[in-house]
Design a protein around this ligand. Structure first.
Ligand code: F0G
Length: 445
């Protein structure tokens, strides 16, 4: 491990995974991997990974551990896996038409075992906690990290402590951590407040911190990018677009891209762009207002509760990969997020609100000319549609923005709303509804 700021290389990490010299974050680095002297034969690696897809071994069936050559070593006896990864890459035909980008795909990380991208990092970090013989693991979360951690802790016979902001995470996510047996504490604060308490806690109690400041999380999450490139037959897309919250995911995907190029697994880098909600945009402001020189924490607010984060821990890592790949940052409004979510749903895919910032951001990047019509674009959808059904139902019923300042702006998303129709149990009424819907769809096409 190495500190991202001062370059110190401690033999082992402290409880808070921060550099003891300067307090910044740590990362794994692999000294043997350089562009001029690849440690591995790229063709041999690609065929090894492909062959593992026919294996029945637990590690080979995981879309994370299948790529273990690019990860730090953890002995198999410690591995906790739920066969995470292996997520689909979908073409989005309707979204493609709406954005004018024909070659538009979504890598759906919501198709992981606990229905979010967190599982790819969690299998790795939870396994390292088990290797370290921890009885307890802990995280602060907006709901997905906690669901994932609780599941992996349960599978690995460890106890888990979850700190979540009271009233600000979706029921779907909360219910997961309860069922997986976590000690779930709803704190009367926001996500950033939960992080502060947790940081103090890990200095006093022997618990393993499983937030994405834990560099093992980042290593596991790298595999989403490796798997994506494999699915694209190692032909890099022009753009990869991710939501930005605590900024662990963008850091991980960017790290994987840089490492893959270093190992000659790919010949050029896709541009990695990061999209934030306008009400939770500290990284957007860091780049656009402060030229990347500083990040000013803020009080975050957005209905996309997964990314309701005002003081992202991994902003320096994310900035580095944004600059190295030539990506952009964007911010999108609440209405833009809701509309984009419904459009992804209308392609038969669906996702949770935080994931939909990617499509909303793509529209802006198209408008600014950063993304061209002929470009190949991949959106990373981070969570499953069913994570936050409240948001979806309120949107389709027209209740999401009622009585809020966004009410007028929301009228342009009306055509995307499909409110349920309440009818008497009467065949004639159902046929009338069907005929009316058919007429509507004829008008629209
Ligand atoms: N999308 C979803 C669905 C998320 O749950 C998160 C983060 C993000 C995007 C942002 O990813 O933090 O790596 O930039 N959720 C965390 C949690 C914070 O606690 O579940 P990031």
């Amino acid at each position: 491990m190495r500190c991202i700021s001062c370059g110190a290389t401690p033999d082992s990490a402290g409880q808070d995974f921060r550099c003891t010299a300067c307090g910044d974050l740590l990362e794994f680095f692999f000294p043997g991997w350089t562009f001029d002297s690849p440690a591995f034969d790229p063709a041999a690696l690609k065929s090894l990974w492909l062959n593992r897809r026919t294996s029945h071994g637990a590690l080979d069936q995981s879309g994370v551990w299948r790529f273990r050559e690019l990860l730090p070593h953890i002995p198999e006896e410690h591995v906790i896996t739920l066969r995470e990864g292996n997520t689909p890459l979908y073409h989005l035909p309707q979204c493609a038409r709406a954005t004018g980008v024909e070659n538009l795909h979504a890598k759906h990380q919501g198709m992981n075992p606990t229905a979010s991208f967190k599982d790819t990092g969690m299998t790795f970090a939870a396994s390292s906690a088990r290797q370290g013989k921890f009885r307890w693991v802990a995280c602060a979360s907006t709901g997905n990290t906690s669901a994932s951690m609780a599941a992996y802790a349960a599978r690995g016979n460890m106890h888990s402590l979850v700190l979540i902001p009271e009233g600000k995470i979706s029921w779907g996510k909360l219910s997961q951590s309860l069922d997986y047996g976590a000690l779930t504490c709803q704190l009367r604060t926001d996500f950033d407040g939960c992080v502060r308490i947790l940081n103090d806690l890990v200095r006093q109690k022997p618990v393993c911190l499983l937030n994405s400041v834990n560099p093992y999380r980042i290593e596991g999450q790298k595999t989403a990018a490796i798997e994506l490139l494999e699915q694209l037959a190692w032909a890099p897309p022009d753009h990869i677009i991710v939501p930005g919250g605590n900024l662990g995911n963008s850091s991980a995907i960017g790290k994987a891209l840089l490492e893959m190029r270093g190992l000659k697994l790919i010949s050029r880098l896709p541009k990695l762009s990061i999209i934030q909600a306008q009400g939770a945009n500290p990284f957007y402001r860091c780049v656009r207002e402060f030229g990347g020189k500083k990040l000013e924490p803020m009080t975050a607010d957005t209905l996309a509760t997964a990314i309701r984060i005002g003081n992202p821990a991994s902003w320096k890592k994310a900035l580095r990969v944004l600059q190295a790949t030539g990506g952009e940052v964007e911010q999108v409004t609440e209405v833009e997020i809701a509309a984009a979510k419904a459009e992804i749903g209308a392609d038969g895919i669906g996702c949770e609100p935080a994931s939909a910032v990617t499509l909303a951001g793509l529209k802006k990047l198209r408008k600014s000319g950063f993304v061209k019509a002929g470009d190949a674009v991949v959106l990373i959808l981070t969570g499953h549609l069913l994570k936050d059904p409240d948001f979806t139902i309120k949107f389709h019923r027209g209740e999401l923005f009622a009585g809020t300042p966004a009410e007028i702006a929301a009228t342009h998303a009306k055509s995307l709303q499909r409110a349920p129709v309440v009818l008497d149990a009467d065949l004639g009424a159902v046929i009338a509804a069907l005929d009316a819907a058919e007429k509507d769809s004829e008008i629209q096409t």
